[in-house]
Design a binder for this molecule. Structure first.
Ligand code: FAD
Length: 290
């Protein structure tokens, strides 16, 4: 194993400077629940590891005029325990609350989940359905990208050398909105999603769906936004016919692999079922929200 340099800067600018200036492989360390396992297994051997957990603006959760912003180094457990955040974005909390065990969630971050780029990452479909954007800071400045544009394939992202996801923003929530994330695993917990689906919708006063976003995880090389599935809900009262159309659109968007945890056919079928159930939960939450 080669020598490794560990740095724990206190500002984003210093972190970007360190990453951009590295001559060999450099990695951001957030919770380390993916990175340390990869390093121990010899899959990555960074020359430089930059711990971002000491950067104040990356570890806070704040609401401003209805827009929630949370740092990429906020542990999942901090989101799960934030009651105000959970009232507004229960589906994002569904995703964060499924990661590993309580101990893992105490370290693991949404930023790490997004940047690790596993197709089965649990917070990613929930964040995509929520319409979350990431603010990325790097040597060339700052840019905003929708979360669905960060992972490009298993373990691959659109981040350039020296770039860090600094924080995430979630748009203001209209009244009568609800979101939900559901996954299928063969066990009851501590497993990787075989299928994941996120649904986020807004109703008007008559109970008609006016906005929707639907996403899928673990059924393609990265989590996907499925506009056809959202279109199946918009303009309806999210009734049985709309849910059937939603399930069909979700299944049609899947392009999964076969593996020991599920065949292609199984994943395609279950994705439709999970999307329908997630939509029912999101609908119930929208009806209860003010
Ligand atoms: C026992 C166990 C159970 C797990 N269960 C689940 C599960 O159920 N569902 C699930 O989705 N995952 C699960 N995971 C995987 C892991 O916990 C999550 O992916 C977690 O969210 C990773 O976050 P982290 O902060 O630990 O990331 P880290 O390990 O610190 O980083 C992961 C990767 O992202 C990069 N990175 C991190 N933050 C940034 C940033 N801000 N900007 C740019 N790059 C960044 C790192 O360089 C690294 O390449 C599990 C892991 C373990 C050990």
């Amino acid at each position: 194993m080669q020598d490794m340099r560990f740095e724990a800067p206190k500002t984003l600018e210093a972190a970007v400077g360190l990453l951009a200036g590295a001559s060999g492989q450099a990695r951001v360390l957030a919770g380390g629940t993916d990175l340390l396992i990869q390093m121990r297994g010899g899959r990555v051997e960074p020359e430089l590891v930059v711990d971002i957990k000491g950067i104040a603006e990356m570890t806070s959760v704040a609401a401003d005029n209805g827009t929630y912003r949370f740092g990429a180094a906020v542990p999942c457990m901090a989101l799960v325990e934030n009651k105000e955040f959970g009232k507004v974005w229960p589906g994002v909390v569904d995703g964060a609350n499924l990661i590993g065990s309580i101990q893992v969630r105490g370290r693991a971050t949404v930023g790490g989940n997004v940047c690790n780029a596993s197709p089965a990452a649990d917070t990613v479909p929930a964040m995509i359905a929520a319409g979350a954007t990431a603010t990325i800071i790097g040597p060339k400045g700052r840019r905003e990208v929708p979360v669905e544009q960060i992972a490009t394939g298993p373990g691959k992202t659109s981040l350039a050398k020296g770039e860090i996801v600094a924080f995430f923003s979630l748009p203001p929530r209209p009244p009568r909105s609800g979101d939900a994330y559901l996954r299928f695993i063969p066990r009851t917990e501590m497993d990787i999603a075989v299928v994941g689906t996120g649904v986020n919708l807004t109703l008007d006063e008559a109970g008609v769906c006016r906005q929707a976003r639907v996403s899928i995880g673990a059924v393609a090389e990265r989590a996907l936004l499925v506009p056809d599935a959202a279109a199946a809900l918009i303009g309806t009262k999210v009734d049985a016919a709309a849910l059937k159309n939603l399930a069909a659109a979700v299944s049609a968007a899947c392009r999964p692999i076969d593996d020991k945890r599920g065949t292609k056919e199984f994943r395609i079928k279950v994705a439709g079922v999970m999307a329908r159930r997630a939509a029912e939960i999101a609908l119930d939450r929208a009806r209860r929200s003010k």
